[in-house]
Design a protein around this ligand. Structure first.
Ligand code: THU
Length: 160
């Protein structure tokens, strides 16, 4: 028997103003997307914006459905849009902002497990790390240099 120790390193910024200019801009795009989320059931609005290596910024938000499981998270809406429309481009950076109508979201809200799996697919496909910034409505912003920090022991094509 041996033990495997996995270390996850996140950088945490106290406010959005501490971020580099290009990331503030990307986060603003995520907030714009968040404000257009279709989340009448959960009332939890999420926006994601992606910077591609061709300079494009694409964004997405959560899309809910009366048949709840048919809805989709913001991160996957955004990254599938990028994959569908810019299949040759690499995703360099991702900014995520989430807010609830019911309570203030002051802590960083990380992407859900299913979104981490989806993001992992693209990080592996493009052989380039994706820098991920995530926040609530205001307050701290957490940053991971790679999706790998958020999803150790990823299931990937090597298992197939
Ligand atoms: N949601 C996201 O958009 N991203 C996440 O990573 C977590 C959850 C959405 C899905 C659903 O519309 C609402 O937030 C509540 O779960």
């Amino acid at each position: 028997m041996k033990k495997i120790k996995i270390e996850t390193v996140l950088q945490v910024y106290d406010t959005i103003n501490e971020l580099p200019k290009d990331i503030i801009n990307l986060m603003e795009r995520a907030v714009e997307a968040r404000n257009k989320a279709y989340a009448p059931y959960s009332k939890f609005n999420v926006g994601a914006a992606l910077l591609l290596n061709n300079g494009e910024i694409v964004s997405g938000n959560n899309q809910e459905n009366a048949s709840y499981p048919s809805g989709l998270c913001a991160e996957r809406t955004a990254i599938y849009y990028a994959g569908a429309n810019y299949p040759e481009a690499a995703v360099l950076k991702m900014a995520i902002s989430a807010t609830s109508i019911n309570k203030p979201t002051l802590e960083p809200i990380p992407p859900c497990g299913a979104c981490r799996q989806a993001i992992a697919e693209y990080e592996i496909k493009q052989k380039q790390l994706i820098e991920i910034y995530f926040m609530g409505e205001t307050g701290k912003v957490a940053m991971s240099k790679s999706l790998k920090n958020l999803l150790p022991f990823v299931f990937d094509k090597s298992a197939l």
